[in-house]
Ligand binder design. Structure first.
Ligand code: NAD
Length: 267
């Protein structure tokens, strides 16, 4: 398939996990990619983030596919870094057709022991981060009278979970932003959708397991409820959903929530 020849995608949290899988799939299908990632360890949560070497190897893999890649190390909380990355992307490719707001963090904390720092960091990265990035990208889409914005929420953006009230709030918030932006941007021919994966087999799950002193499988089973007999889905499964939604095949999808949950939300 060559759905994305001549298109460009700006992907946050692209160094590893779902963002990287999506960058590679869109590149395989023809897109030039801007990969934005904090690319360093943060104080919270205490697990591995993406790295500069992962961004470099992603660029090499995209170029080996015959596509162009811009990489940018920056935090979705840092407006200046976002502005520079967006300008670099537009200088290289002339436009941004697809924005995948994917960067996010997760950590457990009980309501009665959650600190201000845990709450604020979760909301700043998972909810305000997509706002920060979209605010900088959308003027180019408005100018082009075209664009697709895909927000990576979670099944937790459509349900609740114990010891994840800050994460759940951030992901419901992102579902709300999806609806508000779809309304505001439809007159400019810009579509906005959210995706809602069940547990995905990424470094995030490994990190949560390490923080909790358990295994990734046990973390996956905490959200037990997948109807299909799988503990988690793979990053490529998510990438294929994003590719569909970003393509013209989904040209009338906007404002909607797309669940990829192995049946978790059925009951
Ligand atoms: N893993 C799951 O089970 C799961 C399920 C549903 C939804 N999600 C959501 O999917 C998205 C991607 O998750 P993943 O599983 O690939 O996680 P991951 O931790 O494996 O990868 C996330 C990437 O985002 C980057 N990142 C984190 N904070 C950032 C920041 N402040 N600024 C810029 N980049 C930052 C990291 O460096 C990393 O490369 C997240 O928004 C997550 O909440 C994850």
């Amino acid at each position: 398939m060559n759905d994305f020849v001549g298109k460009t995608a700006f992907i946050t949290g692209a160094a590893h996990g779902q963002g990287r899988a999506t960058a590679l799939l869109l590149a395989k299908e023809g897109a030039d990619i801007t990969a934005f990632d904090v690319a360093k360890k943060l104080a919270y949560p205490s697990y591995e983030f993406g790295s500069k070497s992962e961004l470099e190897s992603l660029k090499a893999e995209i170029e080996a596919l015959g596509r162009r890649a811009v990489i940018a190390a920056g935090d979705v909380r840092d407006d200046e870094a976002i502005k520079q990355a967006v300008e670099k992307s537009v200088a290289a490719f002339g436009k941004i057709d697809i924005l995948f707001n994917n960067a996010g963090i997760c950590a457990y904390a009980a309501l009665d022991s959650m600190t201000d720092e845990e709450w604020n960091t979760m909301i700043d990265i998972n909810l305000k981060g997509p706002f920060n990035v979209t605010r900088r990208v959308v003027p180019y889409m408005i100018k082009a009278k075209s664009g697709v914005i895909i927000n990576n929420s979670s099944t937790m953006g459509l349900r609740g979970a114990k010891r994840l009230s800050h994460y759940t709030a951030s992901k419901w918030g992102l579902t709300g932003l999806t609806k508000a932006w779809a309304l505001e941007l439809a007159p400019h021919n810009i579509r906005v959708v959210s995706i809602h994966p069940t547990g995905v087999n990424t470094p995030m799950n490994d990190g949560l397991a390490a923080m909790e002193g358990t295994t990734p499988l046990e973390i996956a089973q905490r959200s037990a409820g997948n109807l299909l007999p799988v503990p988690w889905i793979e990053p490529d499964d998510v990438a294929h959903l994003v590719a569909y939604l970003a393509s013209d095949k989904a040209r009338y999808a906007t404002g909607s929530q797309f669940v990829l949950d192995a049946g978790l939300l059925t009951v």
